[in-house]
Design a protein around this ligand. Structure first.
Ligand code: M6R
Length: 370
């Protein structure tokens, strides 16, 4: 069943081109316009919403955080992302005009189920983004958009994460399309770029994997790892840190790179491993330059800097102990690529330590208790 791979996680990392491709499949009409009729939700409801709140846990919540950047940019609707267990036990402002997006691979996460119930009691509409057909969360939601990642067995979520980001992007673009936002041509271009992602992930697996395996093996004894990113690279950093915690039992933190000087930089001393997710040079304003200067800051204090950057980005070399290149894409699509080396890194480091990557200690694949 592992298809010749040493673990389910390794297999599922390699399933990602297909998982992304399948999640895109069948969601366009003949003119290439997005059609999500499968959601069975009244278009007028979607047109009237004035806020989106994503509720989810763990990796699924990081997918929501990535999506926030995209949906706000495309739709100009405010998006909040909240851990389901926090949402449930405060007094959140939600009403008929709120769209709740509940993201869950299993569809059985009790914290997220409780958040969905709570939101519906307040009159909010709920769309589930889920990987498990007919599970509780889709059944209790008003509509569902399935991720088509196929079964995910390993406790650590990999292909579900990428598919969740893709499904959220489809939802965001659909809302933009529905609400008649200005940028019709831009939507077509974004969809076109999205369709190149499976092949770009495949290139990382074919051409970049060995370098990351090597890097992980060399760092088998590392005591702590910091991950830095800005914009969509920030949730990617947190996802990279989570993978390392749960698989390799290593202390790891993901920070917004801009936050460094507000505290975390005090952690940096000689040899500290810092992994930095660098945005595209062709992307938004000065984001790239800002991250480069963050790399310089930690480097100057002795950090061992591993940089994830876009192919062709030579500016990062000077300050990097090692650069891992991923194919070129747009700023918003980059998480679908930059996450992959971080997954491989955590998997291999855990393997090098002799740990079971499919069944890490103390964890369950689906958390069905609150
Ligand atoms: O099934 P769900 O997507 O609702 O699960 C949510 C989290 O429990 C899950 O993503 C968890 O954080 C993973 N073990 C992360 O790899």
């Amino acid at each position: 069943e592992k298809g010749g791979f040493s673990s389910f996680m390794d297999k599922e990392i390699h399933d990602q081109p297909q998982a992304v491709g399948d999640t895109l499949l069948g969601r366009f009409d003949t003119e290439g316009k997005l059609s999500l009729d499968e959601m069975h939700i009244d278009e007028n409801v979607l047109k009237s919403i004035d806020k989106i709140v994503v509720v989810a846990c763990g990796t699924a919540a990081y997918a929501g955080q990535v999506a926030k950047y995209a949906i706000e940019h495309w739709c100009r609707i405010p998006v909040e992302v909240e851990l389901a267990h926090e949402f449930r036990y405060r007094d959140p402002v939600v009403n008929e005009k709120t769209l709740i997006v509940a993201i869950s691979q299993s569809g059985e996460t009790m914290d997220t189920i409780m958040a969905v119930r709570h939101a519906r009691q307040q009159g909010a509409k709920v769309i589930a983004i889920c990987n498990t057909f007919g599970s509780t969360i889709p059944r209790e939601s008003d509509a569902v958009l399935y991720t088509h990642a196929g079964p995910e067995i390993a406790v650590a979520s990999t292909k579900a994460f990428l598919s969740q980001v893709v499904a959220c992007y489809l939802l965001g673009l659909y809302l933009a399309q529905l609400r008649g936002n200005k940028f019709r041509d831009e939507i077509a271009l974004i969809l076109k770029e999205l369709q190149t992602i499976p092949e770009k992930i495949q290139r990382i697996l074919d051409e970049g994997k060995d370098q990351v395996l090597e890097l992980a093996r060399r760092n088998e004894d590392v005591g702590s790892v910091l991950f830095l990113g800005r914009h969509v690279g920030y949730p990617v950093a947190m996802e990279g840190a989570l993978k390392l915690k749960e698989l390799a039992y290593i202390h790891a933190e993901g920070f917004a790179a801009g936050e460094l000087k507000h505290g975390p930089i005090a952690l940096i001393d000689d040899g500290q491993l810092v992994i930095i997710v660098v945005p595209s040079k062709r992307g938004r304003d000065s984001l790239h330059a800002k991250v480069i200067s963050n790399i310089q800051e930690v480097r100057a204090r002795g950090a061992n800097t591993v940089v994830i950057a876009e192919e062709g980005d030579e500016d990062v070399r000077e300050f990097a102990s090692e650069v891992i290149y991923v194919p070129e894409t747009t700023t918003l699509m980059a998480p679908l690529l930059t996450t992959v080396p971080l997954q491989i890194f955590a998997m291999e480091l855990a393997t090098a330590k002799g740990l079971d990557v499919d069944q890490p200690r103390n964890l369950a694949k689906s958390v069905t208790v609150e």
